[in-house]
Design a protein around this ligand. Structure first.
Ligand code: PMP
Ligand code: GLU
Length: 394
């Protein structure tokens, strides 16, 4: 019998990836499933980036790269941080990884000792909790409310802090709520943290460019926070490069050095061709990918309008990313098509079975009243999916 470790046995399967796998499986069986479960742009990677990758192959980029990334890529990241975020990082503060997911895993591995607490405002991105637990940390979930756009308030932050608090992790724009913290809101959270100088902030800004209100704000922009913030970013979302697997951090030097050491024993440097392509992507003006953001904005209006017509879906207005996160607790305790709905997981499975639409249960994001619907799909698919959902629940 295989003797697997407690570590993996105690770990949840990524709910987003599990639902994506289930969708693929059902489609292969011939079922007409509309997949709105995965947070993945449905655009092709822009030509100018693909051409840079082809050029890199032809230029014989085929060797191991520096563990923390090519110097030219670090140059591009430093320029991007200055240009878009007014952050002044040095080369020694940048680490390139195999996706922002690995960046986050590195940070957890180098920061957490057994029992250290990590504050996770709920809803949080699905993998935060398990990455923390894998590294023997304790996720401290802090509930936020839909009325406050699922944003953490300074009072809630203060109340969650204990002597064991090591870090706070959040994403803005947020996956799954789409909420965007303003500069003032971040400042108010930073003011609380002033009293607790040992707490490190992990600011996940991977949806930075997919922002419908303008004015992305980084926690590290505040001088008093720069030396205690890890800024996480990557190219999966804004550049439609999910499969290329490149993410990066700007971090206090000691943390960056530790991540470099950790990665050097686990994966080494990220893929060399992808790194070369990302140099081109980051050096380009963000206006070159604005067409995707514009399309996501149109889809946001479309899906919000359609959901508004279904009783029992209570939704805030997402300001970024490409998800809606409706509260569907109205259906709990009800029987739909002979099936008792007890919670968001039942509801999401009901939609898969009876509407042929794949969504993700809010349980995976630390909010059991909601489901996540990705609108990184064509307008036709969105219209068809929400029509099917409406028919299934009416
Ligand atoms: N952070 C957030 C908030 C995400 O939604 C994702 C999803 N891909 C990631 C990190 C990881 O991104 P990747 O590993 O593709 O760079
Ligand atoms: N981040 C995306 C999502 O939330 C991709 C899937 C994943 O990496 O978990 O759906």
């Amino acid at each position: 019998m295989t003797q697997l470790s407690d570590r993996v046995l105690n770990m949840a399967t990524s709910a987003t990836l599990a639902m994506a796998a289930k969708t693929r499986e059902l489609k292969a069986e011939g079922k007409d499933i509309i997949g709105l479960s995965l947070g993945e742009p449905d655009f092709n990677t822009p030509d100018f980036i693909r051409e840079a990758a082809i050029q890199a192959i032809n230029d014989n980029y085929n060797s191991y790269t520096p563990v923390d990334g090519y110097v030219e890529l670090k140059d591009a990241i430093i320029t991007k941080f200055k240009r878009d975020n007014h952050l002044n990082y040095k080369h020694s503060q940048i680490v390139v990884s195999t996706g922002a997911k690995q960046s986050l895993a590195n940070v957890a591995a180098v920061m957490l000792n057994k029992g250290d607490e990590v504050i996770l405002p709920c809803p949080y991105w699905v993998s935060y909790s398990d990455i923390v637990k894998l590294n023997e940390g304790v996720p401290v979930e802090v509930k936020t409310s839909i009325e406050n756009d699922f944003k953490l308030t300074p009072q809630q932050l203060e109340a969650a802090i204990t002597p064991k608090t090591k870090m706070i992790w959040y994403s803005s724009p947020c996956n799954p709520s789409g909420s965007v913290y303003s500069k003032d809101e971040l400042r108010a959270l930073a003011d609380v943290l002033q009293k607790y100088p040992n707490i490190i902030v992990v600011s996940d800004e991977i949806y930075e460019h997919i922002n419908f209100i303008g004015g992305h704000a980084s926690m590290a922009q505040f001088d008093d926070m720069f030396d205690r913030t890890v800024t996480v970013n990557g190219v999966s979302k804004a550049f439609a490069m999910t499969g290329w697997r490149i993410g990066y951090i700007g971090a206090p030097e000691a943390i960056a050095r530790a991540c470099n050491k950790m990665q050097g024993q686990i994966t080494s440097g990220a893929n060399c061709i992808a790194q070369r392509a990302v140099i081109t992507a980051l050096n380009a003006s963000p206006t070159r990918v604005q067409f995707m953001v514009d399309e996501f904005k149109v889809r946001r209006e479309l899906i919000l309008g359609l959901l508004d017509g279904i009783e029992g879906f209570k939704t805030n207005v997402p300001e970024g990313a490409f998800y809606v996160f409706p509260d569907v607790s109205h259906f709990f305790g009800k029987v739909l098509k002979g099936q008792k709905i007890e919670n968001a997981t039942d509801f999401s499975l009901f939609l898969l079975e009876h509407a042929n639409v794949a969504t993700v249960t809010g349980v995976a994001f630390g909010n059991p009243d909601c489901i996540r619907i990705s609108y990184a799909a064509s307008q036709e698919q969105i219209i068809e999916a929400i029509t099917r959902i409406k028919n299934a629940v009416s």
